[in-house]
Design a protein around this ligand. Structure first.
Ligand SMILES: Cc1cc2nc3c(=O)[nH]c(=O)nc-3n(C[C@H](O)[C@H](O)[C@H](O)COP(=O)(O)O)c2cc1C
Length: 212
């Protein structure tokens, strides 16, 4: 599927066909594509829990204000932003850069300081924003890639993060920006028209915020 087509046909699907299951290894392939999302310094501060077991989906539904799609979709991805992704991934990122000729080995010490200066301490607001912003790119890539694979998705903010963390043993320092249901749409129900979007002319200002 063409990229523009995938973006244009993505909808938040409320009714999934619970009789059709996407095999877990197909969703893993999809996640490998989603992980091609860009991230600051390539730090990839995201993690995910893929929930496809019926009993676990039922448990997740309880944490998500009883939204039926959590149980009806093939699987639900708990997208996790990891503020500590900087400390955890920086050495691998540096080694990769040296190996691929982006920088010299002697420059590692100097280069690795950059992201720490920019993204402050692990508990800071700046660091949380870093993690969430990059995880959001990953989440969007997942939804577009899912269309490319012929699947449907639904992003959800309607969940209790503390309950999700407790139920799925997610460490407390992690942030859950969104849950994403993935599966096939019910063939017997037509989607309502897409909710409106502001046109670019409504929200873009050319060259200066105060421009008309
Ligand atoms: C971050 C985020 C959180 C959302 N949370 C929910 C949710 O909890 N429940 C729900 O029914 N829809 C949720 N939605 C879906 C939106 O309502 C939907 O994307 C929007 O109305 C536009 O429809 P479309 O995606 O089909 O174009 C969420 C969407 C996003 C991006």
């Amino acid at each position: 599927m063409e990229t523009i087509e995938a973006i244009k046909t993505r909808r938040a699907i409320n009714f999934f066909d619970s009789s059709r299951q996407i095999p877990a290894d197909e969703i893993i392939k999809l996640l490998d594509v989603a992980s091609l999302a860009p991230s600051s310094s390539n730090l990839q501060p995201w993690e995910a829990v893929l929930v496809d077991d019926p009993a676990r989906k039922a448990a997740l539904r309880k944490c998500a204000y009883n939204q039926a799609k959590v149980e009806e979709a093939s699987a639900v991805l708990i997208v996790i932003a990891n503020p500590g992704g900087l400390e955890e991934h920086i050495d691998r990122v540096m080694a990769d850069r040296v190996e691929k000729g982006y920088m010299m080995k002697e420059d590692i010490e100097k280069q690795r300081q950059g992201p720490f200066k920019m993204y402050k301490e692990k508990e800071s607001e700046t660091r949380k924003l870093f993690a969430v912003k990059n995880a959001a790119f990953f989440a969007m890539n997942f939804m577009i890639a899912a269309r490319g694979f012929g699947y449907e998705t639904h992003p959800m903010d309607g969940f209790n993060a503390e309950e999700v963390k407790r139920e799925f043993n997610i460490p407390n320092d992690r942030i859950i920006p969104v849950l994403i249901a993935v599966g096939y749409a019910r063939p017997d129900l037509a989607l309502k028209p897409r909710p409106f979007r502001y046109a670019a002319g409504d929200f873009v200002r050319m060259n200066d915020y105060r421009a008309g």
